[in-house]
Design a protein around this ligand. Structure first.
Ligand SMILES: [Mg+2]
Length: 202
């Protein structure tokens, strides 16, 4: 008997990302990131106030995940909500992160109370969601992500999967654009859990 499948993003949905990354940039590199738009790579400035070239962003992000991943704390309600859902659903974390960081992230999520399978993805998420549906053959599926393009990709390739747009970090709620390809926008796990239960229990 197949179970429902929850496919969830990590950064900004299960774990806080913005504030830990901002703290890392300040502490380790003397850089500031002001959240004035969601173009993170274009908003980083050095001590003189000059913009840091966007091509430095990948290395800064890699450095953050290398040494400061443990500074990422769970989003309020995420641990308890997934624990509740895991009683009757399969759960996979689909996160855009390099393969070796995905291994660390698996351990880190487990340490924080989220002992689920982690897939390190690159690029749009529609194709890996489709692959997971083929593997699990779930009775129904829900996809959760904070970035609108992933909902577009999912809508295109797996239109029957329920798509929940969640921007769990308060600092990003006014910056991340709407996701017209998602079925719903719910930013708090307190409200998302009953919504997911309703969708899956139909
Ligand atoms: Mg995210």
């Amino acid at each position: 008997m197949s179970r429902p499948l929850i496919i969830s993003d990590c950064d900004g949905v299960l774990l806080e990302f913005a504030n830990p990354f901002i703290a890392y940039l300040a502490d380790q590199h003397g850089l500031t990131l002001k959240l004035e738009s969601f173009a993170l790579a274009g908003n980083i400035r050095d001590a003189a106030g000059d913009a840091v070239a966007p091509d430095r962003f990948p290395a800064l992000l890699d450095g953050f995940f290398n040494t400061h991943m443990p500074s990422q704390q769970p989003v309020a309600g995420a641990v308890a909500s997934l624990a509740e859902l895991s009683k009757w659903c399969d759960i996979v974390v689909l996160t855009n992160i390099a393969d070796h960081h995905a291994v660390a992230r698996t351990a880190e999520l487990a340490r924080l109370g989220m002992p689920y399978r982690v897939i390190g993805n690159h690029g749009p998420k529609g194709a890996p969601i489709k692959a997971l549906l083929g593997e699990f053959q779930p009775s129904a599926a829900v996809f959760i992500d904070d970035l609108p393009p992933h909902h577009g990709s999912a809508r295109k390739l797996v239109p029957h999967v329920h798509r929940l747009h969640m921007v769990a970090e308060h600092e990003l709620r006014g910056l991340i654009p709407d996701a017209p390809d998602a079925h719903a926008r719910i930013d708090d796990w307190a409200d998302a859990l009953p919504h997911i239960e309703t969708v899956l229990k139909g």
